[in-house]
Structures are given as structure tokens and as C-alpha cells.
Design a protein around this ligand. Structure first.
Ligand code: ATP
Ligand code: MG
Length: 428
């Protein structure tokens, strides 16, 4: 047992002392069997929600309509769900009603895949009526029961399938995969928020490239409730037709630490235009903050790529440092890290070019307006000019020159340079 399961043992014991059945179920059991770290502990019990509420001091009725109570013990939260059976499904996404039952096996039957339909008893005994353990040994993902029926009941399961196949390095059973392909258009019944949650779990995992691969070859992404742009769909379709190229493009994506950088790498790797990326982020319900951090990296990319070749080193340096100033060091470095792992020659700057960029930004003396030895007020005073948008334009130009090492960061020097621009602009 992992520590997390051990810490949840008192809850199972308490239920059993009161003559209820209680087991660990779901992802925690699957990951225990696989020897992987556990994220959250789910407990299934024959006690009704009311009985659970009566038994524990600290409860939150998180999902009372489907029988789930969150029990808090020593600052840890555990989901306790009454054994249940699901009625006919509505709109390919949720059961019309749930029926509480007293048998574990019936509860396991409603679960999506055999590996998620195992239960672990307090004494370490594994209840595995649908052969989840064997499937895990075979590295196989298999629906509980008829996959056609299971995907028709709840279309989100298809995306979960793709995630598990990718992240756990499984192969789907033939029937499961055939059913997924057959019913993939049902994904349009699933809210975009839930789609993003699954996609994010894929991207956060240790094998984002593999999950991405199956997401693409399943064709599921062509059937979103809110469709991606034509461009994005074409690009994904194309990626699905040239698997070796796609594999190569994304093979190192797991080396990127942050999820948003990985997303940016996907957009860059697929050569998505900025409008198509924007549209995709919007329909997928990325938060504004995430949208910004992803598209900034892609923006840096587009700006650097309009530019890359046959310009002088000095011009390259200026361009790059103006990116660092405009988008911030973090974003600029994130783009560099994406470039470093892009294997495709057409997409990649040479190693020398990348090292140049890195060195220039490392050596940058200042990168923020407030580090400049002159401020807007002093500038306006010195030039005897009314404040206006010209101030920030001048300050940014000065900052870039100082950052490039072309001007010393001293007030008098900066003011003189500004005065020179002023004279020139009048002469024009
Ligand atoms: P993870 O937590 O790693 O994302 P998980 O399998 O634990 O994966 P949860 O959403 O935490 O996923 O669900 C817990 C369990 O509930 C699953 O293991 C599965 O048994 C069941 N389950 C979850 N979603 C579904 C679904 N859409 N259809 C059927 N059973 C499901
Ligand atoms: Mg879970």
C-alpha cells in the first residue's frame, strides 16, 4: 500500500466496523497495481450517502446526486461513493438516474475500462471481476462489457481511452479501438471544458507525445462540440497521415517542464497560424492567463521566423532582444527551449543561432523600462515636450539600445540620444 492509501485506511475500517462494505477503487487501485504514484483515493461503499454523512465528522457533500461524499481526515480529502448502478444514459454523457446497490460487482460494472474496474480490500485482496489485472499485464486497454455500448453511453470515455492508451503505454483491444472509431462523432455531445480537462491530463503526463499521437490518429478532435478551425483540422488530418513526421516533431516534448510550454510546442510543431491557434485556445476554453502564455510563445516564434535568415548578426541581436523586452525573459526562454527540442530541420534554427540568441539574452544588461537611468518625466522635461505616447516609444528604443550594448545606461547619454532623435524627426 502506498502512503496515501494507508492514510485512507481508517475510513475504510470505520465503514467496515459499522458493517458496511468498503473498498478502494478506480485510479488509485490501477496505479497501485502498476507501482505508480497515486493522485487521489476513491472509496466505494455499500453505505448510503446519509450513512456516510452520519459516520464522519468532517464531510462535504460534493456530489450528492450521484452518491459521492468527500470525507476529510487529517486535512486530506477522500471521495466516498455509494455502490451504484447507472440507468439509461442521456445525451451520450450522463445517466438519467443512479440507483444505489449493495454489491461491489455491480458498481465495478459501470466503470469504463477493466483496469479502472478493480477494487482493493483493506486486507490487500484484489477484486477484479473483469480481468483488469490481466489486461494491464498484456498492456491492453479494454472496455468493461461491450465497448460500443459503453462509448455510446458516455462519449467522454473515448477521450479517456486515448489518454490512458497514451499515458499508460497501452494498446487498445481491437474491439475497443474499432468501437471508438465507429462512435467518435459522439464526442460532440461533450462539453468543451471536459475535453480540455482530458487534453490537459494528456499534456501534463510523462508521455504527452504518445497521447497526442493517439488523439490525432483516433480522429476524435475532428468531432468537437465546438469545431476547430478548418486550418487546424487540416493540419491535424495531415499529421495523422504522416505519423513518422509527427512522431519526430513531438518526440521530445516531455522534456518541457510546463504544460503551457508544451501546448505552445504543439502549436509551433504543427505550424499553426496565429489566428488558428487563437481560435483553438478559445473553443477549448483555455483561461485567459493560459491563452496569453501559450500565444506569447507562439508570437515570439512567428516574429523570429519572419526574420531568421540572411540578416546581419547585429540585426538578429536587436530583433531577439526586442522580443525579450516585449514578451519578457520567461516567454523568450520558453520559446528557446521549444526550439531546442524541435528536431525538424525546417523548423529549427541552427545550434549556433540558438546559442547566439541565448548568449545575447544572458548578457543583456537590462530588460525592463524601470531599469533605464532615465524616466518619462525627465525625458519630457529635457526635451521640453508635452507628455504623450512618444515617451514610451522613446524609452523603449533607448532600452533596446542599452540592452544591445550600443548605448551606455547613463542619464546624460540617454537624454542626448533622445534629443538627437527629436532633431531628426523635425528635420524629416
Ligand atoms: P485519473 O484520476 O488518473 O485521471 P481515474 O481513472 O482515477 O484517472 P477519475 O475521473 O478520478 O479517473 O475517476 C475514478 C474512477 O471512476 C475511474 O477509475 C473509473 O472507474 C470511474 N470513472 C471515471 N470516469 C468514468 C466514466 N466516464 N465512465 C465510467 N467510469 C468512469
Ligand atoms: Mg482519479
Amino acid at each position: 500500500f502506498s502512503n496515501l492509501i494507508i492514510s485512507a485506511l481508517p475510513i475504510v475500517r470505520r465503514l467496515r466496523e459499522h458493517h458496511f462494505e468498503a473498498f478502494f477503487v478506480g485510479g488509485a487501485v490501477r496505479d497501485t497495481v502498476l507501482g505508480l504514484p497515486i493522485k487521489d483515493v476513491d472509496i466505494a461503499t455499500s453505505a448510503t450517502p446519509e450513512q456516510v454523512l452520519a459516520l464522519f465528522d468532517h464531510c462535504i457533500p460534493t456530489g450528492l446526486q450521484h452518491g459521492t461524499i468527500t470525507v476529510v481526515e487529517k486535512n486530506m480529502a477522500y471521495e466516498v461513493t455509494t455502490f451504484r448502478q447507472e440507468s439509461a444514459y442521456e445525451g451520450h454523457r450522463k445517466p438519467e438516474s443512479v440507483l444505489y446497490i449493495t454489491e461491489l460487482e455491480g458498481d465495478l460494472l459501470r466503470r469504463d475500462f477493466t483496469m479502472n474496474a478493480m477494487a482493493l480490500a483493506e486486507n490487500g485482496e484484489l477484486h477484479d471481476p473483469y480481468g483488469g489485472l490481466r489486461d494491464l499485464e498484456l498492456k491492453q486497454l479494454r472496455s468493461v462489457g461491450d465497448p460500443n455500448a459503453r462509448f455510446q453511453e458516455d462519449a467522454l470515455r473515448m477521450l479517456r481511452a486515448v489518454r490512458f492508451i497514451g499515458v499508460y503505454r497501452l494498446r487498445p483491444s481491437h474491439r475497443t479501438w474499432r468501437a471508438l472509431k465507429r462512435h467518435r462523432q459522439l464526442l460532440r455531445f461533450i462539453a468543451m471544458e471536459r475535453v480540455l480537462t482530458e487534453l490537459d491530463k494528456m499534456m501534463e503526463s510523462e508521455s504527452p507525445q504518445r497521447a497526442l499521437h493517439f488523439a490525432v490518429v483516433s480522429g476524435l478532435l475532428a468531432y468537437l462540440k465546438e469545431p476547430l478551425s478548418e486550418e487546424a483540422q487540416r493540419v491535424l488530418h495531415q499529421a495523422g497521415r504522416d505519423i513518422p513526421a509527427m512522431k519526430k516533431t513531438f518526440e521530445n516534448i516531455h522534456e518541457l517542464k510546463q504544460t503551457h510550454t508544451r501546448w505552445a510546442a504543439v502549436a509551433i510543431g504543427l505550424k499553426l497560424s496565429q489566428p488558428a491557434l487563437q481560435q483553438a485556445l478559445q473553443v477549448l476554453r483555455f483561461s485567459n492567463a493560459r491563452m496569453k502564455s501559450i500565444s506569447s510563445i507562439a508570437d515570439v516564434h512567428h516574429e523570429m521566423f519572419d526574420f531568421r535568415t540572411d540578416v546581419s548578426l547585429n540585426a538578429q541581436k536587436r530583433k531577439w532582444l526586442s522580443m525579450v523586452i516585449h514578451y519578457g525573459r520567461e516567454t523568450a526562454y520558453e520559446w528557446l527551449s521549444v526550439m531546442r527540442l524541435m528536431p525538424e530541420a525546417a523548423l529549427r534554427l541552427s545550434d549556433e543561432q540558438l546559442s547566439d540568441l541565448e548568449r545575447w539574452s544572458d548578457q543583456m544588461i537590462i530588460s525592463k523600462l524601470k531599469q533605464l537611468s532615465v524616466n518619462g518625466k525627465e525625458l519630457a522635461g529635457y526635451l521640453a515636450k508635452e507628455a504623450g505616447p512618444w515617451i514610451s516609444e522613446y524609452l523603449t528604443r533607448l532600452l533596446l539600445l542599452v540592452a544591445c550594448g550600443e548605448l551606455i545606461n547613463e542619464k546624460s547619454i540617454l537624454l542626448k540620444q533622445a534629443a538627437l532623435w527629436e532633431v531628426n524627426s523635425h528635420e524629416l
